[in-house]
Ligand binder design. Structure first.
Ligand SMILES: [Zn+2]
Length: 381
């Protein structure tokens, strides 16, 4: 959301990242619990204890969101969909599932897994809080467990709202997809429902804010804005997929890209190629044979004082499915590959022969041109 992400650890093979905006939640949430909630429930405890309870509650919230997203990621893995990892940000978390689900049933199961995990967790935490309060655990601990149960209940229920990209929106999309047998149509309809939800929350929030409940009102306005923009993004994403699906890569590729020889120094590469042509990636050719490319970021990672001594050969990443496609491959698959490896383009190859390069910005340019000329109801293939 704010762009800066930190990878924390990997769990069951999924990298877990934290968006910088999560720190805002952590600090504001701990403060809210330590100052606003626990002193009222337990007036006789020292201030440090309130803060400790606040920090434990936020750590518990972190684990709760992680388990919710892990439920999505594990069910997605069950259906052989690749996941880019789990990111926690301002409004919760997201399991970045890269491929479209194979069937409405799969979509339904993956979508419902998160809320089910949260609601089960809410039940167990409420039970633990009850056991704790009847068998004499410290009062603070039972309180923290109870609030974590409530947070998980909220996490489960809010995510069931039928607004994409929330889980309830995915369930709705799966149902429409199943009944109409058309994923594009289902995404469009569900996104419109999501946008309507967002608008309703926004208006309601404005009423609340001017009617006296300022904090709750502002919060609703922010969530409403988020839902509206997310719905717009889902529609654009679906349209982009429809526009590219079935189009061959060679329709968009640039033939005759600038290539570099393997033997020159990195300093020469920078001076004679990077600054001159400003390409983001350079295929490396040796005796008319493609050996790989200099991937984006490789030069930055090499210390400046080694540029003179090292040759391009040390930067070369060989060709593979993560950085190259064939000319007759599907452009949508190429786009998915770029997203998966987070690359601005791919090499188009025929064996060890370079045919051209396919750039992300050309795919997006084609899409926006198509949208401009034909409108959002362009003929789907
Ligand atoms: Zn979810």
């Amino acid at each position: 959301m704010f762009g800066r992400r930190f990878e924390l650890f990997r769990i069951l093979g999924f990298p877990v990242r934290l968006d910088a905006s999560w720190f805002l939640v952590a600090v504001a949430g701990a403060w809210f619990f330590a100052q606003g909630v626990f002193p009222e429930r337990h007036p006789d405890l020292p201030t440090a204890t309130y803060w400790a309870m606040g920090v434990v509650a936020i750590a518990g919230l972190f684990v709760s969101i992680l388990l919710h997203e892990l439920a999505h990621a594990l069910t997605a893995r069950h259906f052989n969909l690749s996941t880019h990892g789990i990111t926690l940000f301002l409004f919760g978390g997201v399991a970045e599932i890269l491929d479209d689900p194979p069937s409405p049933q799969a979509e339904m199961v993956i979508a419902i897994a998160g809320p089910v995990a949260s609601l089960l967790l809410a039940g167990w935490l409420a039970l633990a809080a009850f056991v704790g309060s009847t068998s004499g655990w410290p009062g603070g601990l039972s309180s923290v467990l109870l609030y974590l149960a409530l947070l998980n209940l909220a996490l489960g229920l809010i995510n069931l709202l039928p607004a994409l990209p929330l889980d309830g929106g995915r369930v709705l999309r799966a149902l429409i997809w199943w009944s109409k047998n058309d994923l594009a149509k289902a995404t469009e309809l569900t996104s419109r429902v999501g946008a309507a939800f967002g608008t309703a929350m926004l208006v309601w929030g404005l009423f609340l804010a001017f009617g006296g409940s300022f904090a709750a009102g502002v919060w609703l306005v922010i969530v409403g804005f988020f839902l509206r923009s997310a719905a717009g993004a889902s529609i654009r994403q679906q349209l982009l997929n429809s526009a590219l699906k079935g189009e061959p890569v060679h329709r968009f590729m640039h033939t005759n890209p600038i290539t570099v020889p393997r033997a020159i120094s990195v300093a020469d590469l920078v001076e004679a190629y990077v600054y001159r042509y400003q390409q983001e990636m350079f295929p490396v050719v040796d005796d008319d044979r493609l050996v790989g490319w200099v991937p984006p970021g490789a030069i930055e990672r090499m210390p400046r004082d080694e540029w003179e001594r090292q040759s391009v050969a040390v930067l070369v990443q060989p060709c593979g499915p993560e950085n190259s496609v064939t000319a007759d491959a599907d452009a949508l698959q190429a786009l998915t590959a770029m997203r998966r490896s987070n690359l601005p383009g791919l090499m188009v190859v025929d064996g060890d022969h370079l045919l051209g390069v396919l750039r992300l910005k050309d795919l997006l340019g084609f899409f926006s041109m198509k949208l401009k000329l034909e409108g959002p109801r362009f003929r789907r293939r």
